[in-house]
Design a protein around this ligand. Structure first.
Ligand code: GLA
Length: 385
């Protein structure tokens, strides 16, 4: 969000809650993921980066045990008590409720707050607007109430919120990167050990762009949890904790036993481990053509074996291929949302024009092209007033 947008939000806070005294401003970003999709909950590797779009919250502790929220984007607010065992019904507000309760469960002495928040991560685009919301509030509460949680623990607060209060059995990638993002760098995270490494991302002659299909992706209640269950069933039959420890040989031996559909799901996941490794090798050599090829292969797996793509997204990937884009695939949880595209500079303008034209022609709606700038993780903003 621009300084201008933030200052409007601050004015909104004053209008809603009476004064600007002691208000503090926090930000947490959404994310992209270069490669390593649906691997996090399988103990594998992911390769995300934070984006500059995110959620901004203006927060001030109050004197009672109530959380008062106002979301100008929704033109709605919500109030709940810290000790309320059930919390609000609307999913959107449950993200904040879950964070509050999970912070309390970790011993943070949370008090009541007044808060106004808004964001510029497109909703349902697969860029993790919900993780940005969770991480923004986790960071704010930790800071305001001297919670002492480290960034990984705050990421877990966000993940636990998804699991226990919203019902999406997600992995750790989105919350991890919203907390750990670094300007200009992607991060390779080993989701089994929690170890991670920053990779400066300055691909000379190439850039990343997202194309939002504007098919709304909604993981809550989506087959996302079914995919996870398929993987867990195969892991269990293989006698390993997660598919990270399942080899190709083990999977082939189980082929008959696991059934055709679960076999395909697991085959995608094992293949994706190999592709992330291939991309890491290629990046050491600045070999972006190989990176791009692996992205196309990932898309094929996500579309045919994992079955989390849709007609609109498959079309966007095909247009990219036709235009000579280096790599393209569906990004994030799936079922709509964005494609991520690795595009040579000299191909960029042609691709953008063609993808906009042909998408409109085919589906009658506009797709949205979003340039990617890799930004910083969650933080307190110091804004001059
Ligand atoms: C969603 C989840 C993540 C991850 C991706 C797929 O974004 O929140 O944990 O599983 O889907 O890679």
């Amino acid at each position: 969000m621009t300084i201008m947008d933030i200052s409007i939000l601050q004015q909104g806070f004053v209008l809603h809650f009476g004064s600007s005294k002691d208000m503090a401003t926090y930000f947490a970003p959404g994310r992209i993921n270069l490669i390593g999709e649906h691997t996090d909950y399988n103990g594998g590797f992911v390769f995300p980066g934070a984006v500059q779009q995110g959620i901004v919250a203006i927060v001030r502790p109050n004197k009672d045990r109530k959380v008062r929220l106002w979301a100008p984007d929704l033109q709605r607010g919500c109030t709940f008590d810290l000790d309320d065992e059930k919390g609000p019904e609307e999913t959107h507000f449950r993200y904040v409720y879950g964070v509050v309760r999970e912070m309390m469960a970790r011993g943070v002495e949370v008090r009541g707050i007044d808060a106004v928040y808004a964001g510029d991560v497109p909703l349902g685009a697969g860029m993790s607007s919900s993780a940005a919301l969770e991480c923004c509030f986790a960071y704010a509460l930790n800071d305001l109430f001297a919670g002492g949680l480290d960034r990984m623990e705050m990421a877990r607060v966000g993940q636990a919120t998804e699991h226990k209060y919203v019902g999406t059995m997600c992995g750790i990638m989105d919350q991890f990167i919203s907390m750990h993002g670094r300007e200009g760098s992607l991060v390779r995270l080993d989701c089994r050990s929690g170890e991670f490494e920053y990779f400066p991302w300055h691909p000379e002659g190439y850039r990343l762009v997202l194309v939002n299909s504007c098919v709304k992706h909604e993981l809550v209640g989506s087959p996302y949890n079914d995919r996870r269950r398929s993987c867990e069933r195969v892991a269990q039959l293989a006698g390993v904790e997660t598919l990270r420890d399942c080899t190709w040989e083990m999977l082939e031996k189980l082929k008959e036993q696991v059934g055709e559909e679960d076999y395909r799901r697991a085959k995608y996941v094992l293949g994706e481990y190999d592709r992330v490794m291939a991309v890491c090798d290629a990046l050491q050599k600045d070999d972006y053509e190989t990176v791009g090829q692996q992205m196309y292969l990932t898309h094929e797996g996500l579309s045919k074996d994992y079955e989390v793509s849709c007609e609109e997204i498959d079309f966007l990937v095909e247009v990219a291929r036709r235009c000579g884009v280096t790599g393209s695939r569906i990004m994030g949880g799936g079922f709509g949302g964005c494609t991520i595209n690795l595009v040579r500079d000299d191909c960029h303008d042609k691709f953008v024009a063609e993808v906009q034209r042909s998408y409109k022609e085919r589906f009658g709606v506009e797709c949205k092209v979003i340039p990617v700038v890799i930004g910083e993780g969650a933080r307190k903003l110091k804004i001059e007033k």
